[in-house]
Write a protein of this length. Structure first.
Length: 96
């Protein structure tokens, strides 16, 4: 059971990195530092969005409109950190 929890924690950590990468890429695309007309960039962007959008979209639907500011990745990161903390503090020590 601990192996399953270790894999789950690893997946959450990797997903955290993916969310950070998507946020940074969105800034770079918005400021036209990288161009989505490049096939490699577009492929990476579409793949990362396909991974993150299923969890970010429901958060965006619940949040009020804040103009051009999107804080849904921050809220998702906080939720991931909460789940990781619950697993590490309460679930992991009680599993043999």
């Amino acid at each position: 059971m601990r192996a399953i929890l270790d894999v789950l924690l690893l997946i959450l950590q990797i997903y955290t990195y993916i969310i950070i990468i998507v946020a940074i890429m969105s800034w770079l695309i918005a400021f036209n530092v990288i161009n989505v007309y490049n096939d490699v960039v577009r492929t990476i962007w579409n793949a990362l969005n396909a991974v993150t959008e299923p969890l970010l979209k429901p958060i965006r639907n619940v949040l009020p409109a804040l103009g051009g500011l999107d804080i849904s990745p921050v809220i998702l990161l906080l939720l991931i950190f909460l789940v990781q903390d619950i697993i590490e503090r309460y679930v992991y020590p009680n599993v043999f």
